[in-house]
Ligand binder design. Structure first.
Ligand code: FAD
Length: 386
């Protein structure tokens, strides 16, 4: 059996990004096998993220904006994002770009197979896919399914349904994407719409909820219909594309390194920011670091400063606790965050780039009573594991 240097189980966002960073590094000639059950020829998702500089996918961005609109409880308006831009990347453009780029490297192979098992062995990382065995020095696994069911943790979902619509009349301002619009019935949850205009008649309109119960298709669609009828003067419209997604919002610890030769990456590696569901930029950042370390000393490690990580994780848990136990209306929590802090600072905070002092300052702008109760509840859960 051929032994690969690296097997990448799951060639989605994280798997392809990893292969891409490897191909740009001194490890570009190493043998790499990418296994995925899909061909990735569909536009199955759209990634949005903020960035304060040109990123690696600048040339394939579908849109980018210098400012975003916000509709909250006590504040509506455009957010001054400073140096940040809000960027949108379509799944299909990402997959095509990656495939074309990786095709230039003869040492990178693709196989369309279903991964049945990933296992650490003394000889290396071992994979069984469609009954065939494969082995490598390291297996990077993004196919592992997280359980996220421990009662002592907070396990919410970010779930959403979106329509790309084309309107009869010009009704969108292409320079004014709306990042969060809370002018919808909250039903005790955190519910908002976002609207990303592509031109004056076409936009992605997405209904998003943070809670622990999925809705029926009809419920998502009624919310979309109601919002479009109420807030967008379309004349009439047609739905061009539909997107549905579920992203874990959980503070359950994930096992990123289940064995010496197996590393979980992407959602499977716990790369999702628990309190927001944003995963794309964190994955890029973490994978670049893994590749740098692999190239420098052969070890696929990430530097994780313990105290900083524990504190950031604690803040995530406190916000999840507020949401899960409905300790304060979520629309008001997000309004306060964006109204009382420079939005660019909130982006840095969510990217975990702020200092301890900056974090504390931001925390003074949230409803203190609710967050204090939540903080004690998180500590209680941690101590008593209930
Ligand atoms: C619709 C949607 C929209 C999203 N939007 C955003 C966003 O705007 N911003 C953001 O930051 N995050 C967003 N996310 C969250 C996150 O960025 C994406 O889920 C991202 O694709 C996660 O990357 P991944 O590599 O971990 O998983 P995936 O991209 O899902 O890749 C996993 C790959 O593994 C393959 N696979 C799975 N099981 C097997 C198996 N047994 N055998 C073989 N192959 C297998 C799949 O086919 C897939 O290609 C979104 C998620 C969804 C679902």
């Amino acid at each position: 059996m051929k032994k690969y240097d690296f097997i990448i189980a799951g060639g989605g966002m994280a798997g392809l990004s990893l292969a891409y960073y490897l191909s740009l590094s001194s490890l570009r000639d190493r043998s790499i096998l990418i296994l995925d059950k899909e061909t990735k020829h569909r536009n199955d998702r759209t990634w949005c993220f903020w960035e304060d500089q040109e990123g690696p996918f600048e040339s394939i961005l579908f849109r980018k904006w210098d400012t975003v609109e916000f509709f909250g409880t006590t504040f509506n308006g455009m957010l001054d994002m400073g140096a940040y831009q809000y960027k949108m990347l379509r799944g299909i453009d990402f997959y095509t770009f990656m495939k074309n780029h990786l095709a230039q490297f003869p040492s990178i192979e693709f196989r369309q197979v279903t991964v049945n098992r990933v296992k650490d062995t003394p000889q290396g990382g071992f994979v069984i896919a469609d009954d065939e065995p494969y082995i490598a020095d390291y297996v990077f696994d993004s196919t592992h399914l997280l359980k996220l069911n421990r009662p002592e943790n907070h396990n919410l979902w970010q779930h959403f349904k979106g329509w790309t619509i084309t309107a009869e009349k010009p009704c969108f301002d292409v320079d004014k994407p709306c990042m969060m619009d809370f002018r919808v019935d909250q039903q005790g949850d955190c519910r908002f719409l976002y609207v990303l205009p592509f031109d004056d008649r076409t936009a992605l309109v997405e209904y998003t909820i943070f809670n622990d119960r999925l809705l029926s298709d009809e419920q998502y669609e009624n919310a979309l219909l109601g919002y479009i009828d109420r807030f967008i003067d379309t004349g009439s419209y047609t739905v061009q594309e539909t997107e549905f997604g579920i992203i874990p919002m959980s503070d359950e610890p994930t096992n990123e390194r289940p064995g010496k030769h197996v590393i979980r990456i992407g959602t499977a590696g716990g790369y999702t920011k628990p309190s927001t569901g944003y995963t794309f930029q964190r994955t890029q950042r973490y994978l670049r670091e893994i590749v740098q370390n692999l190239a420098a000393n052969g070890k696929p490690k990430r530097h994780k400063p313990w105290l900083r990580r524990v504190f950031k994780r604690f803040l995530d848990s406190v916000l999840l606790n507020v949401l899960q136990h409905r300790r304060h209306p979520a629309d008001d929590v997000f309004t306060r965050l964006y109204q009382r802090n420079p939005p660019a600072q909130i982006f840095r905070f969510l990217d975990e780039d702020t200092t301890f002092a900056e974090d504390l300052k931001i925390m003074t702008t949230v409803p203190l009573g609710a967050f204090t109760i939540a903080a004690f509840d998180v500590i209680r859960k941690r101590i008593f594991r209930v």
